[in-house]
Design a protein around this ligand. Structure first.
Ligand code: SF4
Length: 364
C-alpha cells in the first residue's frame, strides 16, 4: 500500500510523520503548482471551489508517482466539503485512476465506523501505536507552527532580503527529517536557532495585519500566492487566524490540550453580528475581527476561494464588524484566474492606507 493525501501548506510534514511512524509507505504529491491547478481545473466541476481542484490535481500527480491509496478527511456540511472525497473519487475513477480511498469522517452511528476506516490504513498495528503516531504527528505540527510564527515576526525586520525564507525552509527540513520524538525535540531546537540567527533590525516600524478566512486558502501558499511572504517583504508583520496544531487540538482532540490558543475565542466574539455556525470557518472569520482589533492589529485581510459559501456569509457581515471595531478589512477572493501582479497592487494600496491611518491617529 502506497498512501497519499492532498497538500495543504505544511500539513504534509505532520501527516507524513504520523504515517511513517506506523511504517506506512507515503507517496507525496509534488508541491502544488500551475500544472496541479490546470489538471484539477480541467477535470473538476467548473463551479467547485479551488481547494477541490487543487486536491484533484495533487491526487493525479501522486498517482503518476505510484500512489495507490488516498487518505482524506471528510465532513458533514453545511458547505461542500462534506462530499469532496466522493466527488474526487468518482472523477478519478472515470479518468481511469485505480485508487483505493479511505475517508476519515465523523461517524454517523457509532465510533466503530471511524475505527474500521482507520484500520484500513493502519492494518493490525496496536491502538496504542496508532495513538502514539497521532501524538507524534501533532508534535510535528506544533513545531512547524512555532517556526512559521517566528518567520512572521522576523521577515518584516530582516536586514538581508530573503534570509527569512531561506532559514524557514531549512528549519522545516529539520523538522520533516526527524523520525522519533527525541529527534523531533532536537530538530525543533535547531530550527528555532536557525530562525533566531537571521539578522534583524528590531527598531524598524512595522504594520500589523491579520490574515483570516477559509482554512485551505490561508494555509496553502500556492493558493494565496504566498501572501505571508509578499506582506512580510512590504514590512508587514502578519498573524493567521488558523494554525494547524490549533485546528488539530480544537477539532480532533476536542480542546483537551489546555493553554493553547483556540479558534473558540473567535467564535465567542462573533455575536451580535453572527450567532451560529455557517460551515467552514465563517463564524471564526467574523469573530476574529474584534479580537485582532483589541490586540492592536491595524488591518485585516479575509481570504477565501471563489464560491466559498461560509466565507461569503462572513464577507457580507464584515463591513459592519469593521466599522464597529474601527479596523479596516479587505477581502481577497482566489481562483484559478487570480494573478500575482494584481494582488501585489491591492496589497500595496491597503498597506499604504493603514500606514496613513496610523500616522494620522498618532498625530492627533
Ligand atoms: S469551506 Fe469553502 S472552500 Fe472549503 S470546502 Fe467549504 S465551500 Fe469549499
Amino acid at each position: 500500500m502506497k498512501v497519499t493525501f492532498p497538500h495543504m501548506g505544511n500539513l504534509y510534514i505532520c501527516v507524513k510523520g504520523m504515517l511513517e511512524y506506523l511504517d506506512i509507505e507515503v507517496v507525496l504529491p509534488p508541491p502544488s503548482s500551475k500544472r496541479t491547478l490546470t489538471l484539477g481545473a480541467k477535470h473538476g466541476p467548473e463551479f467547485a471551489c479551488m481547494p477541490l481542484k487543487l486536491n484533484l490535481g495533487n491526487l493525479i500527480e501522486a498517482s503518476e508517482l505510484g500512489a495507490d491509496t488516498i487518505m482524506m478527511a471528510g465532513g458533514c456540511g453545511p458547505c461542500r466539503f462534506g462530499y469532496y472525497a466522493q466527488v474526487e473519487y468518482s472523477i478519478l475513477r472515470d479518468l481511469g485512476y485505480d485508487y483505493n480511498m479511505v475517508v476519515l469522517e465523523p461517524p454517523e452511528k457509532s465510533i466503530t465506523e471511524l475505527t474500521s476506516r482507520v484500520r484500513q490504513i493502519t492494518g493490525k498495528k496496536s491502538w496504542w501505536k496508532v495513538i502514539q503516531a497521532i501524538r507524534y504527528g501533532y508534535l510535528k505540527s506544533r513545531a512547524v507552527d512555532e517556526v512559521e510564527l517566528m518567520s512572521f515576526q522576523i521577515r518584516p525586520r530582516e536586514i538581508v532580503k530573503g534570509e527569512t525564507d531561506r532559514a524557514l525552509a531549512q528549519a522545516l527540513k529539520e523538522i520533516d527529517s526527524a523520525s522519533t520524538v527525541q529527534e523531533l525535540k532536537l530538530a525543533e531546537m535547531r530550527g528555532k536557532k536557525i530562525m533566531q540567527d537571521v539578522a534583524v533590525d528590531p527598531n524598524r516600524p512595522v504594520t500589523k495585519i491579520a490574515l483570516v478566512g477559509e482554512i485551505f486558502t490561508l494555509l496553502e501558499p500556492f493558493a494565496n500566492h504566498n501572501i505571508e511572504r509578499i506582506l512580510g517583504r512590504m514590512g508587514v508583520e502578519v498573524d493567521r487566524s488558523i494554525y494547524l496544531s490549533e485546528w488539530i487540538n480544537d477539532h480532533l482532540f476536542m480542546g483537551l490540550l489546555k493553554g493553547i490558543r483556540s479558534t473558540k475565542e473567535y467564535c465567542n466574539n462573533a455575536a451580535p453580528f453572527l450567532n451560529h455556525f455557517v460551515g467552514g470557518h465563517g463564524l471564526e472569520t467574523v469573530g476574529s475581527v474584534p479580537v485582532y482589533a483589541r490586540q492592536g492589529f491595524q488591518g485585516i485581510i479575509q481570504i477565501f476561494p471563489f464560491t466559498c459559501m461560509p466565507e461569503i456569509v462572513a464577507e457580507s457581515l464584515l463591513p459592519r464588524v469593521s466599522a464597529a471595531n474601527d479596523i479596516p478589512v479587505m477581502t481577497l477572493i482566489m481562483d484559478e484566474h487570480s494573478g500575482e501582479a494584481g494582488l501585489i497592487t491591492r496589497l500595496e494600496a491597503f498597506v499604504d492606507l493603514l500606514e496613513h491611518k496610523h500616522k494620522n491617529a498618532s498625530a492627533n
